[in-house]
Design a protein around this ligand. Sequence first.
Ligand code: CA
Length: 452
Amino acid sequence: MSNLSRRKFVSWMGAGAASSLILKGCLGNPPEQASTPSTTPPSTPATPAASGAVKGLETTKIVLGYIPIAESAPLIIAKEKGFWAKYGLTEATVSKQANWASARDNVVIGSERGGIDGGQWQMPMPHLISEGIITNGQKTPMFVLAQLVTHGNGIAIAGKNQGKGLGLKIADPDAIKGFPQREGRKFKAAHTFPNANQDFWIRYWLSASGIDPDRDIDLLTVPSAETVQGMRNGTMDAFSTGDPWPYRIVSDGIGFMAALTAQMWPFHPEEYLAVRADWVEKHPQATLALLQGVMEAQQWCDRPENRQELVEICSGRTYFNVPAAVLTPPFEGKYALGDGKPAVDDFKKGPLYWKDDRGSVSYPYQSHDLWFLTETMRWNFHGGAIADFDKARQLVKAVNREDLWREAAKAAGFTADVPEKTSRGVETFFDGKTFDPENPQAYLDSLAIKRA
Ligand code: CA
């Protein structure tokens, strides 16, 4: 995006629009999802089915699960702005999932039996579900079709730990390691689902400063509301989380941000669109329509002039059910970090959906799947099930369908934005470590704290 359009957006949001958004809601209720029942919002496409429909569609329906966080915006926008309808998926629905475990269970069930066909996933959930690793051995092959978003996540710390130098790099690891001596218990951190993004981000952050996430702290899976309550009352110290929580935690005085994932690994892979393989194989044309609608939604989401409408749609009762005011700052790239750190004010450090400074956001680079599986090996999450790079590469090949992304992008005319390679190349993290997808073993070897 040009500097001019970003400035226009920032000044526009900074003036009357932002204050009118704030008036719309109260800041009292945390956006907890755990108790929200699974719902299928009413079908209200903004544009009727039109001439852009993909030829030979096998179905006009698909049911996609989502978690009400910033990552799901392209699915909600594809539905609400009529992009799926435009390509012929007039009956595509999005279904709010109570939590990640529910999404996992519902995709194993499938839409014909009241579950879902696919939707939004942390990584490497599609690979683990395909292998039956997190589904009690029940293998449900899935295809990763697109990445939904980059950024938008971070490490939040309870207010009681202020003033101890807990930043991107931890000045004194004893601030965390010394908890048992000082507090009579270990430093306690949470994420909302194990062995996926949030778990990886906090593990990376801790171990980069010499803190072993398996030995030096307690790292648990806890629902968001319970974690935030614990951060308020002093029983929980950290939360690896995503928008809109990083904003809420600071603005509600619950704590501060040690780091944004945008700072830990600029333009990192975050959450993905993945669908049951049997659905894709039965509906090849509808898969192209699905992807084209998502791609167009992602482009729409990244236009600064659309972000106010994005916030209004996503914050609504049908979707996130949060005050619009809590979504506005992250969608402007504005994060107050707290604890004396300078605030972040950069559109490109907020959630991005279509393109970023490293290339495509939407295209599912196979090198990123390989990083998630390498990190899975690093922590020995699944023992022999994913224990070597041959297995990891074989899984990437089976699950990642970047070929379908390419086909859909070309059919929709987005040819200028199709990457040349399946690899994004060498990745560099905030601590200087590098991941070369051609030599993942060198990355593993370079890490001091690991179980591999
Ligand atoms: Ca996330």
